[in-house]
Design a binder for this molecule. Structure first.
Ligand code: NAG
Length: 400
């Protein structure tokens, strides 16, 4: 048996004591990330940064996407659909056209025998199905079976056989193929940023756009309490009112959503579930083109991803709800304090991923067949790896 991932649960309170190691880990992760980004060729996995940068930002000095020099053609067999929709090369490798020259996705079962990897999207997997039994019995050692998940463990019913899955492809930093919703990188050279203009553009207090109102972590209760204590928050979407200027408010990509949110100073960026490394697009967008200060529930999730401390407000930094309220009211009204949360814009850059950002990386990782064969690994209990054990939905209760 190959290397097995560590299976011990880490309890919430142990995290606190691990803080120091986490900090070191974050630095290491950032260093590794920069190395990955900036060094064109690596011996084992050829480097390609696959996250898409905001195209309106001309400072693209951090993006290097070298295509491997000698590439082998690879085929990924997608054994499931994606939330009931086909998984196609065109859609899933859209952000990396160069990679499409040598990498292809197929859903045709007759190509299974010649595929270089077999991929399952967790939400579409039906373990009892004959087809999956066959895939289990006919596997080849050099062909990794991959679990792909975009969602927090709250939506996961993926229960494959033990050791069926070799690699994971998720937003988690310890996934075999890391596919974050976004990330932040330090700029090589700081840029000028007009903070005064930003302040002048901020006419409104805080906003929240959400469709999932009743979640285990009780984020809505917390937001309602903030409103009760006199902090102005406009709630859009299912949990609030429909935005008059755009009816399709659920579509985050729509330009009207950007116009809707940009005049606000703060964005309530509380995930529907608080789980290890689970930080979705809304947080990254709040920082990036929406130009708000995200208010998050717990600092550690963002610190773990290397996000600079001064770019967001974390509720759990405060001993009591009232202390937190005093602080945000101050940030709301005091220009200098407000702008101190935007200073990072000069030195850092947000790179927006998408749930699909892992595919391009995966194509690269599949290039080195020999390495893959010599370094087998599999998950004894991948369902545990992607389970509620990785979440803490009790954080808000202290403040309610
Ligand atoms: C995948 O897991 C299976 C079962 O544990 C193992 O036999 C195989 O060598 C692994 N393959 C890779 C590429 O890790």
């Amino acid at each position: 048996m190959g290397h097995k991932p560590v299976q011990n649960g880490i309890s919430t309170c142990t995290w606190r004591y691990l803080g120091r190691f986490v900090t070191i880990g974050v630095y290491a992760a950032v260093a590794l990330f920069l190395w990955y980004t900036l060094v064109p060729t690596r011996s084992k996995e050829r480097g390609a940064i696959t996250l898409k940068s905001d195209s309106r930002d001309s400072n693209n000095d951090l993006e290097v996407s070298p295509a491997p020099v000698h590439t082998k053609n690879v085929v990924i067999y997608a054994a499931t659909q994606f939330f009931g929709h086909p998984i196609t090369t065109e859609r899933f490798l859209a952000t990396c056209p160069d990679v499409q020259n040598y990498c292809r996705i197929t859903q045709d079962e007759s190509e299974f025998d010649n595929s270089d990897a077999v991929l399952f999207h967790n939400a579409d997997y039906r373990g009892t199905n004959e087809k999956y039994k066959k895939l289990e019995n006919q596997r080849k050692p050099g062909v990794p079976y991959i679990l792909w998940s975009l969602e927090s463990p709250s939506n996961d019913n993926f229960r494959p056989e033990s050791h069926m899955i070799n690699w994971t492809m998720t937003y988690r930093t310890d996934a075999d193929v890391w596919a974050p919703y976004g990330t932040m990188v330090k700029r090589k050279t700081p840029i000028d940023f007009d903070l005064n203009a930003l302040w002048d553009s901020k006419k409104k207090s805080a906003t929240w756009l959400a469709s999932n109102c009743f979640t285990q972590n009780r984020r809505f209760d917390l937001i309602k309490k903030m409103i009760d204590k006199g902090f102005e928050i406009d709630i859009w979407g299912n949990c609030g009112k429909q935005a008059p200027q755009c009816s399709g408010v659920d579509n985050q990509e729509s330009p009207c959503v950007l116009d809707l949110i940009k005049p606000y100073k703060f964005y309530l960026s509380i995930e529907n579930s608080n789980c290890k490394d689970y930080v979705t697009e809304k947080f990254w967008k709040a920082l990036n083109d929406r130009m708000t200060i995200p208010i998050v529930l717990a600092r550690k999730y963002y610190k773990d991803l290397g996000v600079p401390d001064s770019s967001y407000i974390a509720i759990d930094d405060f001993g009591t709800f009232d202390e937190f309220m005093t602080h945000i009211k101050k940030v709301n009204s005091d220009k200098a304090t407000y702008l101190s949360y935007h200073e990072w814009r000069k030195d850092w850059k947000v790179i927006i991923g998408s749930g699909f950002s892992g595919w391009c990386t995966l194509c690269n990782k599949l290039q080195d067949k020999e390495y893959i064969l010599k370094h087998p690994k599999s998950y004894k209990d991948v369902a545990w790896w992607h389970s509620f054990e990785m979440c803490n939905n009790q954080i808000a209760s202290k403040y309610l």
